[in-house]
Design a protein around this ligand. Structure first.
Ligand code: PMV
Length: 290
């Protein structure tokens, strides 16, 4: 039986989440963890996909064009935790688009796949900036601007980044976090616009720090970005505790990553990231090297 396969990477946002929705640049990196999708015609023994997956499949079929999603079976596997700010919905969207293209005997450029996958992301969270799908499709460390048109380019670190991901233990809902902040920002632009601009400046300085491997400075920038996100109302007591613990465990800096309201944090290790992972685990957090 004909089948199509595709994969998409998970990601973490290093700097600039939320502000990127409001016109500022951001920096993200892909994770080695991924979502893999297989699509094929549904057999008699296959159950139809659950409603949310069905909606994503329909959106992906519409974005790809020339494919009928209604009769397809979708198999999903992978090692990416879901709904914790590691880009699982974007990874699924990219994997679905690639699998449908493959089923139809086609492929696409990274830019095309990211653009199509972003249409699928809208099913999951309303008005995505496109940073998650760009990173899930292209991989690596990226500088991203939402545009329109969206623009992204590779950032070359001066030395390997010793980055650790840790989970706060609570799930989050990207659409709700982004929508809540948008409502607050629209009600009081004089309060929120300077915060978004300040985050944008941190992203620009952060890129310089990454390219010149100035890790202590990058650590400070990460922590400052966390404080601005916290001031914007998207952190939680668990995320704040996790960030504090990471710093106490010797991280050069730490911040929530992704939409917040639960989910994950990142921490920059001074030297070996495995040591920081161990120290975070000893404090009861689930953590891994990015
Ligand atoms: O999918 P998450 O939780 O990593 O959040 C995406 C990043 C945001 O900036 C909060 C939203 C967006 O679309 O850029």
């Amino acid at each position: 039986m004909r089948e199509g396969r595709g994969a998409g990477n998970g990601k973490v946002i290093l700097l600039g989440e939320h502000a990127v929705v409001h016109g500022q640049p951001a920096i993200a990196t892909s994770l080695l963890r991924e979502v893999r999708v297989t699509v094929r015609e549904r057999g008699a023994a296959d159950r139809p996909p659950p409603p949310e997956l069905r909606a994503a499949l329909d959106a992906a079929a519409g974005a790809v064009g020339g494919v009928d999603g209604s009769s397809l079976h979708v198999g999903i596997e992978g090692d990416l935790p879901i709904a914790v700010g590691l880009g699982s919905s974007a990874a699924l969207a990219v994997a679905l688009v690639r699998a449908l293209l493959a089923l139809d005997g086609r492929s696409g450029s990274t830019v095309e796949i990211a653009r199509r996958a972003n249409e699928v992301e809208k099913v999951f969270h309303g008005t995505p900036s496109g940073i998650d799908t760009a990173t899930a499709a292209s991989g690596g460390l990226l500088w991203f601007e939402a545009g329109p048109p969206p623009h992204w380019e590779a950032v070359r670190p001066g030395a390997p980044l010793a980055l650790v991901v840790a989970l706060s233990g609570t799930r989050h809902h990207t659409g709700r976090a982004v929508g809540g902040l948008r409502t607050r920002a629209e009600a009081s632009p004089q309060v929120y616009s300077p915060i978004f601009r300040a985050i944008g400046e941190l992203v620009r300085s952060g890129r310089d720090a990454i390219e010149s491997a100035s890790w202590p400075l990058l650590g400070e920038i990460l922590s400052m970005n966390h404080e601005l996100l916290r001031a914007s109302g998207v952190s939680t007591p668990e995320l704040d505790r996790l960030v504090e613990d990471a710093r106490a465990a010797g991280a050069l800096g730490a911040k929530l990553t992704g939409a917040g309201g639960g989910g994950a944090a990142i921490a920059l290790a001074e030297k070996a990231p495995d040591d920081l992972v161990e120290r975070l685990r000893a404090r009861g957090w689930e953590a891994f090297v990015a």
